[in-house]
Design a protein around this ligand. Structure first.
Ligand SMILES: [Zn+2]
Length: 241
């Protein structure tokens, strides 16, 4: 046996491996809804209210009130009545790398001002479709502290609030897919799991839709298992203090 192997064997026997970090704390859970779907207000909000949970709306304020999309009244109600967080997502869900930096700044700044001037939260932002150039990323940082992308990144302590990932529900998923993601996070000792949803519709062919029964099953499981559900800005505050 080579010398290195002998040393490793001795260390393993003596228990000098990677010491187990025994923090019983579960990861915080954040529930996000992107793109202002009406069914979030109609079906998602009552389910979350029944379990006393809040979510974060990544909103395109230029698209509020469009067909199948809720309007300003519902957005404001979700934050001011029910404690949800409102967050930016550009005015019209633009694909940023295909746009000039001047237009990107207009889309980000006007969306941010719309939130601010309506007395809503304006700390968090999600990249539309997950796309951005490095120069555009710097523009976002002029307005927002928390930036969420579209990757399923494992989030350990300390978190980077400008590189927050999420696990996005696809209409082919079952509740077990989301539950499995949360349990992997517990196993890996992640501190934050961000779950992403779009529409919560009974009848939809939309690839990111989650039917209300499945959504309720997920939320019920999260509640029964004692996970703490917070908004994104609350999670960042708790994890960076
Ligand atoms: Zn989006």
């Amino acid at each position: 046996m080579k010398q290195n192997s002998i040393l490793l064997l001795i260390l393993l026997i003596l228990g000098f491996g990677c010491e187990e970090y025994n923090d019983p704390q579960n990861p915080l859970i954040v529930i996000c809804f992107d793109d202002n779907y009406q069914s979030v207000y109609d079906n998602g909000l009552p389910i979350l209210n029944a379990f006393n949970m809040k979510a974060t709306n990544f909103t395109n304020t230029g698209n509020l009130g469009d067909e199948d999309h809720y309007g300003w009244d519902e957005l404001i109600e979700m934050e001011l009545e029910y404690g949800w967080e409102t967050a930016g997502h550009t005015l019209n869900h633009i694909n940023m790398p295909f746009c000039s930096d001047e237009y990107v700044e207009y889309q980000i700044k006007e969306d941010w001002l719309n939130l601010k001037n309506n007395g809503l939260s304006h700390e968090s932002f999600a990249l539309p479709a997950g796309n951005v150039t490095i120069d555009q990323f710097r523009i976002i940082q002029k307005y927002y502290q928390n930036i969420r992308n579209s990757y399923d990144i494992k989030q350990f302590s300390p978190i980077d609030e400008t590189a927050l990932g999420y696990y996005s529900f696809d209409s082919s998923f079952e509740p077990e897919d989301i539950i499995g993601r949360i349990l992997r996070g517990v196993d890996h000792k992640e501190v934050l799991i961000i779950l992403g949803f779009h529409a919560i519709d009974h009848n939809s062919t939309f690839s990111a839709n989650c039917i209300p029964d499945k959504f309720e099953e997920i939320i019920s499981w999260i509640s029964e298992n004692g996970f703490e559900v917070v908004t994104l800005k609350e999670a960042v505050k708790k994890l960076t203090e």
